[in-house]
Design a protein around this ligand. Structure first.
Ligand SMILES: [Zn+2]
Ligand SMILES: [Zn+2]
Length: 218
């Protein structure tokens, strides 16, 4: 598969585009917030001849859903996320005021709910859905156990896309909209830090890390 990363919106959300050799693509949190970012994303999709098959949100905090309306309009595809975060779509204006984020393009309703144990699959790419509440009630991490060749490289270890659940040297805050620190830490320990140490972590903000490097903090 190929992985392309963008950093979008004033909160610096890492958006990931996973695509296979046939050009099918999965978007994770493509949270474009203005015309320039929309054009950057659309230009990449066009130049790589990609067909957008799935739109995944790790969670529904405003900074991660800013692009959902644009993606739905442009590629006729609806977002998928955990049901326990659905209420956050009703609080977009409140979040915009609270965080000083733009919110001109309200994210529409979800097309599908994802939960623990589900798989998101297109040819060559299989993501296992892991649910870790605590940063938000419906926080999801997407785990790719066998990524195969990635960006031309062989022997790539497993990959994890945990949104704001886990960052390099840190984790998401737990004081917002149904967050809970104990739930977050116990979920990270039992569901993420139990993955292979060499797993490469692509977080929702900031640099990449590995599960092994994060274990030392717990
Ligand atoms: Zn968040
Ligand atoms: Zn975030």
């Amino acid at each position: 598969m190929n992985i392309k990363q963008f950093v979008f919106n004033p909160f610096g959300v890492n958006a990931y585009i996973l695509s296979n050799n046939a050009g099918d693509a999965i978007l994770i949190d493509p949270s474009v917030s203005n015309a320039r970012e929309q054009a950057a994303l659309a230009d990449y999709i066009k130049s790589e001849h990609l067909n957008v098959r799935r739109l995944l949100n790790t969670h529904l905090h405003l900074d991660h859903v800013l692009g959902n309306a644009f993606i739905e309009r442009t590629y006729n595809i609806k977002a998928e996320a955990h049901k326990a975060d659905e209420f956050l779509l009703g609080l977009q204006q409140e979040q915009a005021q609270m965080f000083g984020l733009p919110c001109n393009d309200i994210a529409p309703a979800l097309g599908k709910f994802l939960d623990e144990g589900d798989n998101v699959e297109i040819p060559e790419i299989k993501l296992q859905v892991i649910h870790v509440a605590g940063h938000s009630p419906g926080g999801l991490a997407f785990y790719c156990e066998n990524p195969g060749k990635v960006n031309g490289q062989d022997n790539v270890p497993p990959l994890l896309f945990p949104g704001d659940i886990l960052f390099a040297g840190s984790r998401g805050r737990s004081d917002l909209f149904g967050g809970d620190e104990f739930t977050l830490v116990s979920g990270i320990k039992s569901k993420l830090l139990t993955l292979p140490s060499e797993t490469i972590v692509f977080p929702g903000h900031g640099p990449m890390t590995t599960i092994g490097d994060e274990k030392i903090w717990y």
